[in-house]
Each structure stands twice: as structure tokens, then as C-alpha cells.
Ligand binder design. Structure first.
Ligand SMILES: Cc1cc2nc3c(=O)[nH]c(=O)nc-3n(C[C@H](O)[C@H](O)[C@H](O)COP(=O)(O)OP(=O)(O)OC[C@H]3O[C@@H](n4cnc5c(N)ncnc54)[C@H](O)[C@@H]3O)c2cc1C
Length: 490
């Protein structure tokens, strides 16, 4: 081994970068490696032709009291990036009984007293429906943590069926499950949904960062170096070295690096099946890992616009027909295409004007798709998305200077290796569904001495990047404890 470290973190996604920054901050000699040229993984920010943007729509939640803020505080980097929480931040568009899409303008800050009444008007609720909605919101926000955790095995749709909710409210939560967790409402674990709902009610959602969403990951990676660690971007790890049931380091194209602890942000399945090798694990564990299900994915278009078309930074359009549950997904997979699709658009320069040339906008649009990087239906969804965008923003088309299209294949090549059929392009990581959440989530401590997982597959909860950073903080605590115990023991 060329150089020896206390810990090597493979991958500078939000989970890996947060974990590495905290480990370096607490005195461990840390090496952070990533195959990409910049940190941030699936939510990295890139710059081109005067625009800075993520490769697809990204906005975070909760806005306040987030793990983002907590980790930045712990590594003394609060001044290096601002967490942006504009009011208003976004618009939700719902196609109700009138047949047209009706807007609800929302803030990135926590719920205001009249927000539920506004929502009730927007969703066209009768007074009895409003009472039931208030009962649901009240229950979800006041439940004791142990009661929430008891719902690991209950699907969110089953939990909602305890209330007499009108169709529009159910559709809202169908969209919410698709956009936040990228899974169907009838598989999303109620425990995960309720915890996140509470965080959003208390702290708001649609947070972004000055300089681009990925800036936080860049700050985290810089902190590793500030605390005496090393960062090597553009360095793909080919193997995690294991001998006698313990890790000893990593092997890359440019050299090998030694450490008794390796934390992998590459995803549990690529780590076990590719980087370490199935032969090093108990057969039962390897089979369990193979059976874990990924979240769905998003497919979409980046529109570069010659003049401002969008008024709000976040734009989400849905109807009773456009959110996906398991039944709809299976129908679509069988070739039955829906008329309507969910649309999710983020315009970074409406958060931070420095992210686009003056007078221009970059709009990152997405709709749902399967996580299979080899799927051949991307064209179908790009066309559907174009059709929906033209319907909802009829003045957009003449101002499109350039269009870039992406699919699950690009997500996979950027962030997560395709090691199993149908896996690799997932939006989040492991799906936050019944059987894979709470106490059923894989342990962040792998069954090989010194090997840990960090990111959206283990150790955290919440929505997308927030789950990754939550995991980064939790896994850093776990590793620190194990490191100190081993030092004391030997
Ligand atoms: C289209 C899309 C839209 C999204 N929208 C949102 C949103 O609005 N809000 C939100 O919060 N989240 C969103 N997400 C989800 C969010 O981006 C992810 O859940 C989160 O970024 C995952 O972080 P992570 O740390 O688990 O890993 P990843 O981001 O997957 O990072 C893994 C890192 O490991 C590196 N790596 C992998 N293998 C190797 C190797 N062999 N050697 C070296 N490096 C390696 C990769 O290069 C990557 O940098 C979106 C995702 C997608 C794809």
C-alpha cells in the first residue's frame, strides 16, 4: 500500500463528503476519493457557458434545522455557503375538477397558520374534508417517535386509509411520495413518510444553496483538507482490499491506499458485489443485498432559455392521473402509456441570480421512469415531458436556445455502477419502502471488519440529499466510536 490512513471514504456524494469532513474534523487521518472531477455525486453542480446548474432538478428539505446546517456548523464552515430559503420558493400545480392546472404558491419556510386553509381551497375541499385533513396533519405532526417507528411495516397509503380523504388529497400525497422519495405511495414506509412530513412542517422545504446545490458538498470536501486530510477527485476505486475478514485499504488505477477502515458511498450493492466481491460475504447476506430494491428514477430535459420564462424556482405539476402507484407502474411497464405525467422543474438562477447569464434561465425538468439504465423508453418520456411543458408553459418553446436530455443511464454512469438487472439509475439509492426502512434498513456496519456504508442506503432517513447527509453524520459517529474503541483495545 502506497500511503496509510486511519480511514478512506470511497465517494464524495453528499453522504461520503459529510462523513469524511466530520471524521477529519475529529482528528482521523482521512482520504476522500471520487471518480468524478467534482464532489456532490448525484447532486453536484457543474458550470458551462455562463450557467451553473445541477444535472437535474434538485432542491432540499427540511429548509431549517437541517442536517446540512448541523454538519456545516460542526466543521466551522457556515460562512462558506448560504442555505437559501426564499419566500415564495415554488408553485404546485394541480389539475382538479375544472380540468385546468390551478396554482398554489409556497414558501421554503415553515407552514404559516393559513397554509392549510389555502391548501384546502386549492384542493377544492368541502368543510368536512378540511376537518379530516386537519386531523391527519395533527396526527402526523404530534405522534410520538416510538409510535412512528412502529409503522415501519405499514405502507403510507394504508396509513392514509385511516382517514376519509378526498381524491385530491390522496393525489397530493401520491405526488409527494413520487417527488420526495421516488417510490409509490403504496410501498413507501409510513414511518419514513411521517418523519419527513414532520420535519417539513416544522422546517419548511425547497432549500437550495448559494453557488449551486452542490456547493455544500464542495465545502465539505474542502473541509477534509482543512483538517489535514486528503481529497483525490478523478480517482475511481477498483477494489476494496479485504483479507482475513477485515478491510486493509483500496486499489485505484493510480495506486493503492491503506486503512483499517473503509467507508463506501458507492452504494451497498456495487460495494458488496463489485468493489469487495460477493465471495467475501456470507451467502445469506449477499443474497439479502441482491434482493434490496432501488428507488425509481427521473428522466428529463435541461432547457437553456434566452429569457426568463419561469417565475418560481420550484415547479411541480400533478393530477389525479399522473402520480405513479404500483398498479400504474406495472401498467406502464406493460406498454400502456398514461396521458399525463408528473412534472418537476427547478430553475437554479431564481434562487441565486449568479447561476445564469443576465436575462437567461436554465430550467431542469424531470418526470418519473424506471431505474434501469438499460431501459429503452427514455425517448417516450422526453416526448411526454416536452408535451406537458408546452401545455403548462406555452411561452417556453420559442425561447429554448439549447436542450440537453438525460436518463437513468446518465445517473448511473455519474454515480452508481449498474451491477444488477434493473438497478443503477435510481434517484435516491435503496427505495424507502416497507421492509427496507427503519429497523429493516441495512446496517451501516458491514459484516466485514472495518467496512461501512454511507449515503442513501444506510444510516440515515429523510428526503434525498438530506438522508445522505443524515447518514454521513450518523456513520461518522459510528466510525469514530469504533476507531476509538479499537485504539483503546490494542
Ligand atoms: C434526477 C434526480 C433528481 C433528484 N432530486 C433531488 C431533490 O430535489 N432533492 C434531494 O434532496 N435529492 C434529490 N435527488 C436525490 C439525491 O441526489 C441523492 O439521494 C443523493 O445525492 C445521494 O447521495 P449519496 O451520498 O447517497 O450518493 P451519490 O450521490 O450516489 O454519490 C456517490 C458518489 O460515489 C462515487 N463513486 C461511486 N463509485 C465509485 C468508485 N468505484 N470509486 C470512486 N468513487 C465512486 C460517485 O462518483 C458519487 O460521487 C435527486 C436525484 C436524481 C438522480
Amino acid at each position: 500500500m502506497d500511503e496509510q490512513y486511519d480511514v478512506i471514504v470511497v465517494g464524495a456524494g453528499f453522504g461520503g463528503a459529510a462523513c469524511a469532513a466530520l471524521l477529519a474534523r475529529h482528528g482521523l487521518k482521512t482520504l476522500l476519493l471520487d471518480k468524478n472531477d467534482r464532489p456532490g455525486g448525484k447532486a453536484l453542480t457543474m458550470s458551462r457557458a455562463g450557467f451553473s446548474y445541477e444535472l437535474w432538478p434538485v432542491a432540499g428539505g427540511p429548509s431549517l434545522n437541517s442536517q446540512f446546517a448541523a454538519v456545516l456548523r460542526e466543521i466551522d464552515a457556515e460562512d462558506e455557503v448560504a442555505l437559501l430559503t426564499p419566500d415564495p420558493a415554488g408553485v404546485l400545480l394541480y389539475r382538479g375538477a375544472s380540468g385546468g392546472y390551478e396554482p398554489l404558491v409556497v414558501s421554503a419556510l415553515p407552514q404559516q397558520p393559513n397554509d392549510v386553509a389555502n391548501m384546502a381551497r386549492w384542493l377544492q375541499l368541502a368543510p368536512a374534508d378540511l376537518q379530516e385533513l386537519a386531523r391527519l396533519f395533527g396526527d402526523m405532526t404530534s405522534m410520538a417517535l416510538k409510535d412512528i417507528e412502529a409503522l415501519d411495516e405499514l405502507a403510507f397509503s394504508e396509513f392514509l386509509s385511516r382517514y376519509r380523504l378526498p381524491r385530491s388529497v390522496y393525489s397530493y400525497f401520491g405526488m409527494w411520495s413520487n417527488i420526495l422519495f421516488v417510490v409509490p405511495i403504496d410501498l413507501l414506509a409510513a414511518s419514513e413518510a411521517i418523519k419527513t412530513f414532520r420535519d417539513f412542517m416544522a422546517g419548511g422545504a425547497m432549500r437550495y444553496s448559494s453557488g449551486g446545490y452542490g456547493r455544500v458538498a464542495e465545502v465539505l470536501a474542502r473541509a477534509v483538507e482543512r483538517y489535514g486530510g486528503q481529497v483525490r477527485m478523478g480517482t475511481a476505486v477498483e477494489r476494496i482490499a479485504v483479507g482475513n475478514g477485515a478491510v486493509s485499504g483500496v486499489i485505484t488505477q493510480t495506486g493503492s491506499f491503506g486503512a483499517p477502515i473503509v467507508v463506501s458511498n458507492a452504494g451497498i450493492q456495487p460495494t458488496v458485489l463489485n468493489l469487495v466481491g460477493e465471495e467475501h460475504f456470507d451467502k445469506g447476506y449477499a443474497n439479502h443485498v441482491k434482493g434490496l430494491l432501488p428507488s425509481w428514477a427521473l428522466v428529463g430535459i435541461r432547457y437553456f432559455l434566452s429569457r426568463p420564462v419561469f417565475q418560481y424556482a420550484v415547479n411541480i405539476a400533478f393530477s389525479d392521473d399522473s402520480y405513479w402507484d404500483t398498479k400504474r407502474f406495472l401498467r406502464i411497464r406493460a406498454g400502456e402509456l398514461p396521458d399525463e405525467a408528473i412534472v418537476f422543474i427547478v430553475v437554479p438562477s431564481l434562487y441565486d441570480p449568479s447561476l445564469a447569464p443576465e436575462g437567461k434561465q436554465c430550467a431542469l425538468a424531470a418526470t418519473l421512469c424506471s431505474p434501469d439504465p438499460e431501459a429503452s423508453d427514455a425517448e417516450v418520456w422526453w416526448n411526454k415531458l416536452d408535451e406537458m411543458v408546452d401545455r403548462l408553459w406555452p411561452d417556453l418553446r420559442p425561447h429554448v436556445e439549447r436542450e440537453e436530455r438525460y436518463s437513468a443511464a446518465q445517473v448511473s454512469s455519474l454515480a452508481r455502477d449498474h451491477v444488477l438487472p434493473g438497478q443503477g439509475g435510481e434517484c435516491i439509492g435503496l427505495a424507502q419502502i416497507v421492509g427496507q426502512c427503519g429497523r429493516h434498513k441495512p446496517s451501516a456496519r458491514a459484516p466485514i471488519l472495518g467496512l461501512y456504508y454511507v449515503g442513501c442506503d444506510a444510516g440515515g432517513y429523510g428526503c434525498g440529499t438530506h438522508q445522505a447527509v443524515d447518514s454521513g453524520a450518523a456513520v461518522a459517529r459510528l466510525v469514530l466510536g469504533d476507531h476509538r474503541a479499537r485504539q483503546a483495545a490494542f
